[in-house]
Design a protein around this ligand. Structure first.
Ligand SMILES: Cc1cc2nc3c(=O)[nH]c(=O)nc-3n(C[C@H](O)[C@H](O)[C@H](O)COP(=O)(O)OP(=O)(O)OC[C@H]3O[C@@H](n4cnc5c(N)ncnc54)[C@H](O)[C@@H]3O)c2cc1C
Ligand code: SF4
Length: 324
């Protein structure tokens, strides 16, 4: 780690002040809990002249319930997401995912917004300055080549946030704030398949809240991940599953992944299972479909083939548990 470089820290107290600052300083970066951003600043990956700290904006820290469902402010900490009864009971995978992020201390500071907007990760990117420099950097940051897929033009750095897949299986929507007002889009549309630019947010937008629909409140769900260190680590592969059975047959099913693509991914084709019983053969087909759609690359120390195998097994296990 390098010493902390010089930068100007801005501490707005309202979302509007934060937006004004973003417009005045287009190169400024947002920081919420700082548990990822500050690490990146100290590694020289991020070199902001201006940092806009969202942690004093109380309006971003509210959880409210309405006829529509649950609105969770982007500044709500992961610890609160993991322990709030309304979330634990209504949207269990979301609470489970939040409680699996890093370690307890990170969850006290890390926020929902920061987790959903987490930068993508790669073995050749999340390194110290001297390490990256001695490898001539890489396409994602100051370099010309991709060390994962040399000769290619794309970056495969993996999205490794835990909470996004759990939100995706509940068809969450995000509220985006800018000087043009608020727009609300499906969370899935906030991501794209590009490790260098995985968020579709405009440069002057921030995430103000996430909405979970009332219609899916109480549907059973699970989130689980595989990581190197059980106590504190990013997912090598993580799966969220939401499953509703009716008289032994699938009424509704959704599966989403993290850690195996540059974006959190909803598995396509699950609707085919609606109305069917989930026997071993059906579980195997779903497992294979998850394996096919996951595209892990050599972005961690663990081999892609293992992460592909494990993500299928993980999803199958969760579906089986929920079906029982
Ligand atoms: C040792 C270690 C282990 C970790 N393990 C995990 C893990 O297992 N799983 C996991 O998911 N994460 C992990 N993390 C990463 C991080 O702790 C969490 O993802 C955390 O939730 C990030 O939230 P934050 O508020 O601290 O984000 P910050 O670090 O403040 O910001 C992260 C990114 O989000 C942007 N951002 C923040 N808020 C907003 C907003 N409202 N609108 C738009 N952009 C915004 C920032 O500009 C930045 O790019 C780990 C970090 C460390 C250091
Ligand atoms: S996938 Fe390639 S371009 Fe992207 S961070 Fe890794 S080495 Fe760099």
């Amino acid at each position: 780690m390098e010493y902390m470089p010089n930068f100007q820290l801005h501490r707005p107290e309202t979302p509007e002040e934060a937006i004004k600052l973003l417009n005045e300083q287009p190169e400024a970066k947002l920081v919420a809990g700082g548990t990822d951003m500050i690490v990146n600043v100290r590694r020289g990956i991020e070199q902001p002249k201006n940092l806009i700290d969202l942690s004093s904006i109380n309006q971003l820290k509210e959880i409210t319930e309405s006829n529509d469902g649950l609105r969770i402010g982007a500044g709500v900490t992961l610890n609160k997401v993991a322990t709030t009864a309304l979330i634990k009971k209504g949207y269990p995978a979301v609470a489970e995912a939040a409680s699996s992020v890093a370690g307890g201390t990170h969850q006290q500071y890390g926020t929902l917004g920061g987790n959903l907007c987490l930068d993508t990760r790669c073995l050749f990117y999340n390194q110290s300055e001297w390490w990256r420099q001695s490898n001539d950097y890489c396409m994602k940051e100051r370099g010309d080549v991709c060390h994962v897929a040399p000769g290619g033009k794309r970056c495969f750095a993996a999205f490794s946030g835990d909470v996004a897949p759990a939100m995706l299986v509940y068809t969450a929507e995000v509220e985006l704030l800018s000087s043009r007002g608020i727009r609300r889009i499906p969370l899935a549309e906030m991501y794209q398949n590009d490790g260098m630019n995985h968020l579709t947010l405009a440069p002057d937008e921030l995430v103000s809240a996430v909405h979970l629909p009332r219609t899916l409140n109480g549907t059973p769900s699970r989130y689980e991940k595989v990581r190197i260190r059980g106590s504190i680590d990013f997912p090598l592969a993580g799966a969220a599953v939401r499953l509703k059975m009716n008289c032994g047959k699938v009424e509704d099913i959704s599966i989403a992944l993290t850690g195996v693509n540059p974006f959190p991914q909803i598995i396509k084709g699950t609707d085919e299972y609606i109305g069917k019983a989930l026997n071993d053969e059906g579980l195997d087909i779903l497992r294979d479909s998850v394996r096919k759609q996951a595209k892990p690359m050599k972005t961690t120390t663990v081999a892609p083939w293992y992460r592909r195998r494990v993500i299928g097994a993980l999803a199958r296990k969760l579906i089986k548990e929920l079906a029982a």
